[in-house]
Design a protein around this ligand. Sequence first.
Ligand code: ADP
Ligand code: ASP
Ligand code: MG
Length: 831
Amino acid sequence: MLTLKFGGTSMGSARRMLDSVEIMLGRAKTDRISVIVSAVAGVSNALQAAIDGCVSGSLPANFIDGIRKTHGEICAQLHASVEGFDAASTMAKIEPNFIELEKLLSGVATFGECPESIYCRIMGMGELCCVPIINAILIAKKQNVLVLDSRKFIFTTGSQIESDPDYTRTSEALGPYRDGAECSQAQILLFPGFVCGWSAHADDEPKMGLLGRNGSDFSAAIIGACLASKKVEFWTDVDGIYTADPRVVSDAILVDDMTYEEAMELSFFGSKVLHPKTLAPLVARGIEAWSLNSHNPKARGTRIGRGPFESEKKVGPVCGISCLKKTALVSVSGGGMKGKTGIASRIFAAVSRAGISMLLITQSSSEYTISFCVRQSQSVEVKDVLESEFAFEIRDGLINPISVIENCAIVSIVGDGMKQNRGVAGKFFNALSSRSINILAIAQGSSERSISTVIAGEYGDIAVKTTHRFFFNTTQPIEVFAFGAGTIGGALLDQIYKQQKILKEQNIDIKVCCIATMRGMLLDGNGLDLSDWRNAVSVSGKKTNLDEVLKFVKENKPLNPIFVDCTASYDLPERYLDVLNAGMNVATPNKRANSMSMQYYRELRETANKNHVRFLYETNVGAGLPIIDTLQNLFKSGDSLVGFNGIMSGSLSYIFGKLDEGKKFSEAVKQAKEMRFTEPDPRDDLKGTDVARKALIIAREAGMEIELSDIKMNSIFPENFNIEGTVDEFMARLPEVDSYFAEKMALLKKQNKVLRMGASIKNGKVSVGMLEAGPENPLFAVKGGENAFVFETARYTPIPLTIRGYGAGADVTAAGVFGDVLRTVSFNPEV
Ligand code: ADP
Ligand code: ASP
Ligand code: MG
């Protein structure tokens, strides 16, 4: 005997049913099989919704017709494709169910409540409607099949809606089909899942009961055990059991083999792939369970057995991560609990009397608090029960009012291998803290097979995703939210597009989830197609809106989001705190944020640290040249800045280089402007404000507390020269200073010196202006748009550390920003 269970996902359509039947036929060739089927996908949930609707007053419109139609359409399709399948007679067999359903639901609507016995009759209808269809297909396929009504074979007690099997009675009832007279009757035994024959006491006449939501798995295990099956196969819509729910973690790893205990722990803590009670009857009898995919029957599937398993691929000390949502954390605490015996047992007894089960329990070592989790739906009841149990102690202040934190998620890591491995818990907690997820409670099973944490429910999925990445070291994601797609931003997006595939091969999955420009905004958590992004942005029809992006990030919680500001915006940098607080890294070539007040400068760094994200600005100084990173490493390792000289403006470097060659100043400026080396208004460069900002950033990097207004600006122009007016007026007036510069140059030439525009830091003072450099000065040879940075530090003396190269240009700057974006990957200490 072989037992096969097909879930709703294998009963979703005529096609799925036929695929499932093919699997049954394949197995029936060599074995007698017992088949357990669930309701058609979606039907149980629809029934639940109908009950909820009726309890609050009305049956949802057209509900009965809808459910009739669902089954009718499947039958019609089967009629068309399976020879010998008779839709009309099959539907006639199901029809009485719909009539009963209507009666029951209208009763619920009338009375506004749904007693458990009615609940069972309504909810079980999905399975009772599905069985006749599968039976008809099997008959059409000329199979020797016998339908057995689970209500007459699986006997249960306890709670009617989530009942516990009486194995002795069930085994007795199934005896004839196991080894008795009925064995030769049929090759295929077909059972509805989920439903059973329940009675409060063993001698009572059984009524219809249920095995709890998702309970068809349990039905199969009970039947498999009582029929002494050699194994039980659970056919669903995934290739087996993964290291996490593949709907949450897209790169979850398929596990080949799991011990019963591992699988039990995973399902207990919320993994939907098997109902939590499923494995118990199989463990006791050593029957192997297999999780298989009816949509892909060739896949090997996951074996669940006693172990140890040999020669199969091992996933590591942790084999799975699960998340149980909709739970509440209840805490009983108070000074009066210290050293007092019997409190714990009173708590547990009171909760158990109310028929409520605890999912997880922890106690603080000072005995001051006992906390436990229950299902969210039971939180009010549990509070009432405990408040009445401890009414006197609460009144006298010995115990505090019972605390209940609603909407929690229990995130657990599971694996037999934890026993031999140190650091597993540490890694788990690190993962959660890397996302700033607050842990409300922790519990570790004494078997050392699982560690569970209780966290706020909204963080459940992100906790699973991050923990998965920490343990399974799979692809590291970067989600880019790009603001500004002009010369630098555009070049960056083009570079990302070009590198995406290569980076993927190196395990870095970089996605651009947002492009926001003045023309429009694109936003997609799955990543945008960059092949034609320029056009896509202009036809997006959506306006750029930072708040919408922040809301999106808060709701979708990408794993490693980075906000890239490639705009020249004056205001956007003032919002970086909001961006960091939303949990995003920030990278920008825009110097504004770092040159605002010292207070904002500090706040940016504190906010980034608090949120475990990074604020990156390598391109603020020297574009693609490695200035900031180099300085940070120097200073972190204990070096200190003694002095600095630098040429930090490509346009000024170009202009002063031309003066060396004997060009007139006005012409050099004109040429630089024409070649777009300067800002549209060349005064922005010539006044030195941009250089001052860069110098300020270097000074602050070196630890100086300094404001932009503290920097001494030495104008390059003679005192009486008027630099006001329009750009054209200014350009027209420029020849007035040609002789001033020519004289200067002639004098310097005699001394074998050149004129440069730069910045210097010395003795705690920062200044910007012209400087004269002889051949001994590293700045002497710097011209033609080149940048140079000369750092004299405690270690780099007397020969200073010099970094030279192109300090401007869209491609090198974009590459620098790209470098910052990639830095967010190595930031994670665990990967
Ligand atoms: P069925 O209707 O066949 O019982 P379910 O929807 O109840 O199917 O269970 C299958 C689903 O369980 C999968 O589609 C998957 O999303 C989910 N699931 C949750 N955790 C896991 C896991 N660790 N491995 C595989 N599937 C999982
Ligand atoms: N149909 C039932 C439910 O959805 C049982 C099952 O599918 O396992 O809960
Ligand atoms: Mg299921």
